[in-house]
Design a binder for this molecule. Sequence first.
Ligand code: CAA
Length: 263
Amino acid sequence: MSYENIVFEVKEEIATITFNRPKALNAINSALLAELKQALDSIEENEEIRVVVLTGAGDKAFVAGADISELASFSPLQGKLFSQKGQAIISRIQALPIPAIAAVNGYALGGGSEIALACDFIYASDKATFGLPEITLGIIPGFGGTQRLPRLIGANMAKELIFTGRLVPAPEAAQLGMVNKVVPAEQLMDKVYETAKAIAAKGQVALRAAKEAVNHGLNTDLVTGLAIEVDAFTVCMTSPDAKEGTTAFMEKRKAKFSGKLSG
Ligand code: CAA
């Protein structure tokens, strides 16, 4: 499948998905969703890829939400199917075995914020703006925003943002705990790739175990979460990466991880 609405690149173990409909501020239509799904398939099938970065083409938008011109023509059933499909595809970003970083370079509104929220963490340009403005259109967030935002910033703050549709500048989004780091626009991609490379150099078994433990643990109670952590920790302890990492520390050298599950 060729890509028209996204750009998909892999370089030095890091995949980058760039939403690429700049004339419509990278709004998500059905074709873009299908291409995003295809890119996620390619990432899952390629063990060489260690981190994925998601960003938007141009300097104005990450993604300005679902394509309103398409939404406007949907029947209720088509709307339901669009929400289900969007949720399923965006949830796959969260479920990827490798870390996903959102590099938010401009407007991340509606479905755009929802994509960023499904990533493991967000770096944003100082020109970025977040928000779930769907209420202004007479609808609600349909790609996971009513669920992921309250889990991240708390129910009351999320409800205020969802009920008012207020747009939130990146520094405020950072204060709310949505964004890990705000950087000058021209430095955004350098900072994101710096962190992506640092993560890619770590042991793959441990990285996957860490992501799985946090994600699964958050969906359960503390006691079950702690048991999940024990299992994930044990998997790491059986891996050659654990042997290498601990030996390298004792030998005062840098670890060379193989990422293999067993020796
Ligand atoms: N869908 C379709 N087209 C969009 C779009 C969207 N979500 N957002 C922007 N565009 C288009 C505009 O129609 C415009 O196209 P034309 O040049 O052909 O007129 C172009 O992108 C540039 O946009 P503006 O002229 O509006 O740019 P601006 O700088 O004046 O405003 C903005 C920027 C504040 C982001 C404004 O475009 C805006 O409010 N966009 C809509 C944001 C929104 O409501 N998103 C939620 C969508 S619903 C959703 O996402 C549901 C869900 O959960 C799945």
